[in-house]
Design a protein around this ligand. Sequence first.
Ligand code: ADP
Ligand code: MG
Length: 842
Amino acid sequence: MFNWLFDYQKRYLKKIKPIIEKINSLEAKFEKLSNLEIKDTTSKFKERIANGESLDDLLPEIFALVRESSKRTLGQRHFDVQMIAGVAMHQGKIAQMLTGEGKTLAATLPAFLNCLTGKGVHIVTVNDYLAQRDAVWMGQIYDALGAKVACLVHEAAFLYDPKYQKERLEELDKERDLLGGFKVIKSFLKPVSRKEAYRADIIYGTNHEFGFDYLREHMVYDLNQEIQRDLYFAIIDEIDSILIDEARTPLIITQPDVKSSKYYQEFAKIVAYLKEDQDYEIDEKLRSVSITPKGLRKVEKMLGVDNLYSFKNFHLVHYLDEALRAYALFKKDRDYVVKNNEVIIVDEFTGRLMYGRRFSGGLHQAIEAKEGLVPKAEAKILGTITLQNYFKKYQKLAGMTGTAIQAAEEFDKIYNLDVICIPPNKPMIRVDLPDLVFLTKEIKFKKIVEKIKECFEKGQPVLVGTRSIEVNEHLSWLLSQSGIPHQVLNAKNHEKEGAIIAQAGKKGAITVATNMAGRGVDIILGGNPPDPKEAEEIKKLGGLFVLGTERHESRRIDDQLRGRSGRQGDPGTTQFYLSLEDDLLRIFGGEKIKNLVKKLNLPEEEPISSRFITKVIEEAQKKVEGMNFDIRKHTLEYDQVLELQREAFYKKRKEILKETNFFEFLEKIIKKISQNLESYFPSKETLTNFLVNLGIEEKGNNNLKGFILEFFEKKFQSIEDINQKIKIISLSILDFLWSKHLEDLEALKESVRIRAYGAKDPLSEYKIEAKKLWQGFFDNFEFLLFQAFFGLKENDTEIFTETKNSPQISYQPKGKKKIGRNDPCPCGSGKKYKHCCGRNEA
Ligand code: ADP
Ligand code: MG
């Protein structure tokens, strides 16, 4: 089937053979080096690279040195196949290596080589436990080479430090293999700040830790709070699990918005006292409403605040705005209906009820409040990114797994990653028996228990794989009923899991585990540390028996389970026990299988072994995987739209974060706005009001701009700590707008999906609308900053305390905002407006 692939693989392996020979030829020489000389490697080679030598040229020497270090510290010599995998990963490819072939050790080669550039290398593990395990386990190799190793776990970070807890060292001597106990591992991990951890040469951590740090990096209010360095090289362990199985849900940072419900309710009451024309004005054409100065004073009085537009009160303007729109523009039974205590949107074109859809930007909550319902508190989105887009940010990406080839097409299409199949160190002799299919689940489980009992009595260890926690627990109960001692694992506690699964290869061990449980932890025959006599005995019994209780939707996951057995040339057997009542067969096999079974007319407990059923399963798996691929592609395509905007937003944010003197920054904005005041202010009255507040009379004044600028200069000089204040105000305005934008995009996604756009493709519809939403983002920012600056009091200190906790400014200026033809386009393309979205404007 994979003929072309096979040829490609063969050619590739042939091509790198000379490199491997070169590495091997250096071994004798490096064996003579002293430990001290080896320890010098990192600093010596960092210098050579800084002086212009290339990683590719240094690869043979470095790989040979890493191997030498591993021999001295772990007593393990990288196999040639691990060297091949190392080269492939250095070249940015995925190394497919079977379970137990030693991917952890192989990764040390490209990781160490690349860290010599002085940029940190990230090694991505499937869970926190493995991040710590690998940092300590492999840390010994790096440490002997003079490199620093760190790991990140949820809300903590560590550096590998062999001297961290001296008393533990003795324990380690007793137990050479670090896999034995988590306590021992912990004793080498010195807690450090996340920032310090990121300054290490090699950093182990899960995709969540790296990804969320990236998002958080763009939420800081001070340059000192930045922790992550540039995203240079990531090596992803179990890459299919991370980039494929987990890639359906993006990373999202949210903040519960509990206060908001109360505000919506309060403002719903307040706006009910306002009168049209006096207190607010409606623009039918623009379908907008704006408050008059008189109305504003009324509201301020009711709220008991003196200036609603001051920075301190800015967040309230948002509620006023939405409450007023809900009150003045949206009519019950025309724009929406209230049904079962819910506000349901009426589609303005078709008149249909749009169940489940919500107005964006807080309007829906405002309408709920208006109708006397409790507004739904929403989690505010502060940042989001898909795993796909996060990992694409690395300059270089590589990975390893036992099951990549099955997803080679996706890796190629989405990530531009090649898969290289690395031959096993010793030939694989595991036997994969054909599936046994039973009529009912009940019979299936009965047979499973019988099989386990048979193995248990012989002493052959069994690993039973289950798809769900439910089945996992059911089977455990059945085994207890039959008096078979066993261990249960269902991916709740990675530390304990690791320890249990490591012992799953002991004589007579029965382990019932869900698919993900203990992934990444090696099952060694005879336990860990292994008892050689026991290992021999188990080998004679046929090695580890892996029993699958159901086929997974994804072939890869089934193969992962099988891969638990037959590591490094050990014997082993795998077999799946299925029933016609299993979901996959029930849903996809349907009537056809039932008819077949009827025809066969087998005795009830007899398994059906039919090529037809195997084919049905394979087809079903292909179908489901195809569907899942589409979902992931879909997620990514939608995120692609956001990606450009996110980049533009992050760039702007960074610029502000780095700025130390905001005079020119503000001056530019103020010049731009004062040139075109009418287009920024929602109404003539609000503009007049603004000018009066500044003490500038508007009438007959043709040097308004000059006055405003003069006022600005004086004000800027007179306020203490102005630069820091402006920085914080700017950042919180940006963050506020961004969060609102993200919320709008979420709502948009929902609406293009639900709404019948005729024959229109929702994605292209989304793209058009998302671009529109983004237009004016930076204009809004500038206008809000403009207002906030002029509303600033000389000794406003609250800014510093309030902004820390919640970004809260919220005001969207109404009316058209003019974008200059030569200005950068607000869609974030980087082109001038007239060459981009403004192309068709006169
Ligand atoms: P994988 O991640 O590929 O499933 P691991 O990295 O967990 O495999 O390694 C499996 C086992 O093989 C570990 O116990 C490890 O110590 C051992 N191992 C790996 N490479 C070597 C080697 N070159 N020499 C000896 N043992 C090795
Ligand atoms: Mg592994």
